[in-house]
Each structure stands twice: as structure tokens, then as C-alpha cells.
Design a protein around this ligand. Structure first.
Ligand code: ZN
Length: 240
């Protein structure tokens, strides 16, 4: 099936363009402008969510987060959630602390506040480690037997981190590694949650099939949508 896949890895040229524009962020430029600029530059049309996420990750990577005030009243908050943060200066793509009626404390972007607690929903286990710069990856594996992808988080570096994770905590099927994104524990955990939150409607299982990590399985349809969010895409990705 070759490369005719709709998948375009983010190029350095694109990242530079996004970074330059994002650095100049003064609340006046819009994502539509970046989207148009990128299209002029490369002819490739990126998905808006992908651009928003790229901006946030590039700014984090280079320590350039320019705090932006948000009007928190303009975002709907799920009835079971309480906002714990009182400073709303992390911008509309920042992570804000929320607590559910069961006492789970998680971090959510304002656009996801309306979805309720992700721990209660079984979509996220544990909290996001804050300012932890030790290495971690967000991985993407494919399980042929289930014809599904799994998004996950593993501490350590590269493929080794993923292999080690599945030695400790196995799934009953063979898997192939499709892609991974190397960053830090904090960044990888946020990235993983973002990927999971944005693919919820493609969940493979709605009840437990009897093994761990089942809430992170997604229909393979999401491959094209999420592959650009990984820095390292292996050849296996193009064989699915
Ligand atoms: Zn909860």
C-alpha cells in the first residue's frame, strides 16, 4: 500500500514555521492563519487539532510558554467537576486541575472540561507527573488479533521502553510497535491523555475484556488521524 496513506510527518520546515508564529503569539493571530500559512508553505493541509497540539508541545519543548489569560466562564464544566485552579493564565491549551465528586484530581484542557472525570470513565489511570524531566514515551502499538491500536505511556527511552513495559505488564496478544514519541514524563503523560481524550469515540472496548490497558485500545480507523502526532513512525505503520 506504500506511502499513499494521507500521512505526512511534521517536517522541520513546518515546525520552524509554527514555532516562529507561536512565539509571536500575542492573542491576535489565529490557528486559521497558521493553518493557511502551512498550506502555502508545503501544500499539505494539517488538521486544526494537530496544529493546536503541535504549538503547545513546541512551546513546552523550548520553554516558551507565554501564559495567556482565558475567560474560564466561556468553557462548559461537567456537573461532576470542580475547577481547582484559580489562575487561568495557561492559555486555552493549558492543563488545569479539576476534581470530580469522587475526589479524582486530573488535568484537563478547557475544551475537555465538559467531558467529566476521565478516571471515573476509566480512560486515564493515575495523575500527570508535574515537571518530571526523566525520559518517557507515548507509544502506539497494533494488535492484529483485535485489529486495534493501543495508545500508551512508558517510562524510559525508545523501543526499549515499550518492550520493557510489556514485559512487566502483558497483554494476551502479540503486538507490533507502530510509532512512538520521545519526551519527558510530564510531557508524555499530557500527550497521552490528549491522544486518548481526542479518540474516545473510537474506543475498542466498552467493558473489560479481562486484561489491563483495555481502555486505551482504539479502532484502527484513527491511525491516519493520530500518526502525525508521533515523532518516530516505524515502517510497520504503513503495513496496517
Ligand atoms: Zn472521578
Amino acid at each position: 500500500m506504500g506511502k499513499n496513506y494521507g500521512y505526512n510527518k511534521w517536517t522541520e520546515q513546518e515546525e520552524d514555521f509554527v514555532l516562529e508564529n507561536a512565539k509571536a503569539f500575542d492573542g491576535t493571530f489565529t490557528h486559521e492563519e497558521i493553518l493557511r500559512g502551512l498550506k502555502q508553505l508545503t501544500g499539505v493541509e494539517r488538521n486544526k487539532k494537530s496544529i493546536q497540539h503541535k504549538i503547545s508541545r513546541l512551546l513546552a519543548k523550548y520553554g516558551l510558554h507565554n501564559p495567556q489569560k482565558i475567560n474560564f466562564e466561556s468553557y462548559r464544566l461537567h456537573k461532576d467537576l470542580t475547577l481547582l485552579d484559580t489562575e487561568f493564565d495557561k492559555g486555552s491549551y493549558g492543563q488545569y486541575r479539576v476534581m470530580c465528586t469522587q475526589g479524582h484530581i486530573t488535568y484537563k484542557e478547557p475544551c475537555n472540561w465538559r467531558y467529566g472525570c476521565s478516571v471515573c470513565a476509566g480512560d486515564f489511570v493515575g495523575g500527570i507527573p508535574q515537571e518530571d524531566y526523566r525520559p518517557a514515551v507515548v507509544y502506539l502499538i497494533y494488535v492484529e488479533k483485535l485489529n486495534a491500536l493501543k495508545i500508551g505511556y512508558a517510562t524510559g527511552r525508545g523501543v526499549d521502553a515499550i518492550v520493557t513495559r510489556f514485559e512487566r505488564w502483558t497483554i494476551p496478544y502479540k503486538y507490533t510497535i507502530v510509532a512512538y514519541d520521545q519526551s519527558t514524563r510530564t510531557e508524555a503523560a499530557e500527550h497521552e491523555q490528549w491522544l486518548l481524550d481526542n479518540t474516545l469515540e473510537y474506543k475498542t472496548f466498552y467493558t473489560s475484556p479481562g486484561f489491563d490497558g483495555w481502555t486505551e485500545f482504539r479502532d484502527k480507523k484513527v491511525l491516519k488521524q493520530i500518526l502525525p502526532e508521533y515523532e518516530t513512525v516505524l515502517d510497520t505503520a504503513f503495513k496496517i
